[in-house]
Unconditional design. Structure first.
Length: 636
């Protein structure tokens, strides 16, 4: 009887590598006479989804993915987990390994899940990669909460700084409701961050314990850093308890899930978090005394300390020490100190907004939207808007934010700005002594930090060679698409170019495509198309293997979808490829700004075609445009 195996492939936001891994595994299995079904996790979602029956019947499972796949579906099966690039480069080895008899059952003794969920497990992934995935599970769930609560708070301040305070002359009932709802939402930020980090590690019991320890972190003022600590603490406590209880009779599994793990996990995690949180009060008072003693220091020293404190934990105990000191000094008539504190608190969210503007294509749609909202949040003194960005890469982003906040505070103190209100952001500009200078100081600090964050984000994208796509996936066709474009290949004979001796590098190639696209009326602006190609390449190389590259660009300058094939007479050596070989055949896509999901399938289909050695050979041996056209229009 033929053995059946199953697989799942996926990369974070890309297209080509997901389907190249699928094709490579299918081809390797076919050579060995093995039946395989591959589930893909691409831009258009999960396709070719595995059923419970297929999982049950499978001899083994190969997970070649750099993103979350519901692994608990495969408990008790033979499982290999590798990166998506290994799925492309080493399919034969993976098939051979999954068929060997020395693989132990995956998470033996645990209960298999049949639904989708977050998951992490023992694998060939690095430990640091797992930590990153756990953290991002918390951050991704926290972002909508920060946006929802922050925006409502920001709108409430527009009715007046004290409009949400009953008994104040500015009191407004609607503003009070906005402020109350927004404050509750912001109060959930740390518990949700904690809960979903814990859930990624310890599943549902981890979620429960993470919520509770996250609330302890929040009520004890440890800020989002406390939420990260409580999340990892709760998740690993559950993992430890499950290990200690692994020999309990199976009849007690239900009791363990709804009683033992939540109760014991909450007790252990809560007790530890209380011990970790308690010293914060003493440290906080000490920091307040320290900060108050700096008020007569030089503007540089004072601004440097205030900026670093305000940006370090953004609402946590260190930030609060500076803020409460400023508030206390306001009561003494010192408006000078609070000006720097406010500037340092406003700069971080503005910095993240500038970061997504400077490195738009290096961020996900969700991150870009959060960054844009942060212009509003920062303008109203809501520092917490920067937390999702800081939580993602705390060791890098937080120091950059500290630099920006310090610059803003130092400039404010040097210019002797005075701010008589403890909150409100730019809403209080009418009562600031030098409003224009104050805004300028803050923007300068935010621009510096934003540039640094954007630079790091671009560098990270290039380093990891992520195959990201910036297309907008919508079920409807765009105004620029015809039905033929949705149903037929974009390729035409006229857009195939052979034996071009002038193209020796990527720069010349992109200029060549831009010139031809402009001549044929596909685009309105040559340079805009070149910039779009360059922006896409900065996220990760579109070089494949076997001498191929699949660059693609999306810009408002593109009037109509198009596909170009350029076969060079020489080679392009400055293109990073999977096998390190130079590029000789380029297949380029031009997509209008409002592209549809059909373009995702064009790219994925092309990636799979290039895993077919017959297609590859036919393209390399093609001598006429008709040869190229025929090779690319045969079934893969």
């Amino acid at each position: 009887m033929t053995k059946k195996i199953i697989a799942a492939t996926g990369c974070p936001t890309g297209i080509a590598h997901t389907f190249m891994a699928k094709k490579a595994l299918e081809d390797a299995a076919e050579k060995k006479g093995i039946s395989i079904k591959v589930e893909t996790h691409g831009q258009v979602g999960v396709e070719n989804e595995l059923t419970d029956q297929e999982i049950e019947e499978a001899y083994g499972v190969i997970i070649a993915a750099d993103k979350d796949v519901d692994e608990d579906r495969f408990i008790g099966k033979r499982v290999i987990k590798v990166s998506v690039s290994k799925g492309i480069k080493e399919p034969d080895e993976l098939i051979k390994k999954i068929l060997s008899d020395d693989l132990p059952p995956f998470k033996e003794g645990k209960q298999r899940s049949s639904g989708k969920g977050h998951n992490q497990s023992e694998s060939e992934d690095s430990y640091l990669h797992k930590i990153y995935v756990y953290l991002m599970n918390g951050v991704s769930h926290m972002i909508p909460v920060v946006v929802a609560g922050g925006v409502l708070l920001a709108v409430s301040f527009m009715f007046g700084i004290h409009s949400g305070e009953p008994g104040n002359a500015q009191f407004n009932p609607f503003a009070f409701q906005l402020k109350s709802i927004g404050a509750i939402a912001m109060g959930l930020m740390v518990p949700i961050l904690s809960a979903y980090i814990a859930e990624a590690i310890g599943k549902r019991p981890g979620l429960i314990v993470g919520f509770i320890t996250g609330m302890i972190a929040f009520t004890n003022g440890t800020g989002f850093l406390g939420g990260i600590v409580s999340g990892f603490l709760s998740g690993y406590i559950i993992v430890l308890l499950e290990y200690l209880m692994k020999n309990l009779p199976k009849q007690l599994d239900g009791l363990k899930a709804i009683f033992l793990l939540p109760v014991l996990g909450t007790f252990a995690g809560g007790l530890i978090m209380f011990f970790l949180s308690a010293p914060m009060s003493t440290i906080n008072h000490g920091m307040m005394n320290f900060v108050a003693g700096l008020q007569n220091s030089s503007p540089f020293v004072l601004g440097l300390v205030i900026g670093m404190m305000c940006a370090f934990d953004m609402g946590g105990p260190i930030n609060k020490a500076a803020y409460l000191t400023g508030t206390a000094l306001l009561a003494q008539g010192n408006y000078f100190f609070m000006a720097g504190v406010s500037a340092a608190c406003i700069a971080p969210p503005l910095a993240t907004g500038f970061a997504v503007l400077f490195a738009k294509n290096a961020y996900t749609v969700e991150e870009r939207n959060a960054g844009y909202v942060n212009f509003l949040l920062g303008s109203t003194h809501i520092t917490e808007g920067a937390i999702p960005f800081a939580a993602k890469k705390p060791l890098i982003v937080i120091p950059f934010l500290m630099i920006g906040s310090s610059i803003a505070a130092i400039l404010t103190y040097y210019m002797k700005i005075q701010v008589p209100a403890p909150h409100g952001g730019f809403i209080i500009l009418p009562i600031v002594n030098h409003p224009f200078l104050w805004v300028m100081d803050i923007v300068i600090g935010a621009l510096v930090a934003g540039f640094l964050i954007a630079w790091d984000q671009k560098r990270t994208a290039r380093k990891e060679n992520r195959s990201r796509s910036n297309f907008v996936s919508e079920p409807e066709k765009s105004e620029n698409e015809t039905n033929d474009e949705q149903e037929l290949s974009l390729l035409t004979i006229d857009n195939i170019y052979l034996e071009n001796n002038q193209i020796q590098n990527k720069k010349k190639l992109f200029h060549f495509i831009a010139e031809k696209a402009f001549e044929k009326g596909y685009i309105m602006d040559r340079q805009a198309l070149i910039d779009a190609f360059d922006a896409r390449e900065s996220l990760g190389s579109t070089g494949m293997e076997g001498g191929f590259a699949i660059p693609h660009a999306q810009t408002p300058s593109i009037k109509k979808s198009a596909m170009f094939v350029i076969k060079t007479n020489g080679t392009i050596n400055d293109w990073k490829t999977l096998d390190g070989q130079p590029v000789t055949i380029v297949i380029a896509y031009l997509i209008p700004e409002n592209g549809s999901a059909a373009h995702m399938h064009y790219l994925s289909d092309m990636a799979q075609k290039l895993m077919n050695q017959q297609v590859v050979n036919a393209l390399h041996n093609a001598r006429t445009k008709a040869d190229v056209f025929h090779a690319l229009n045969v079934s893969s």
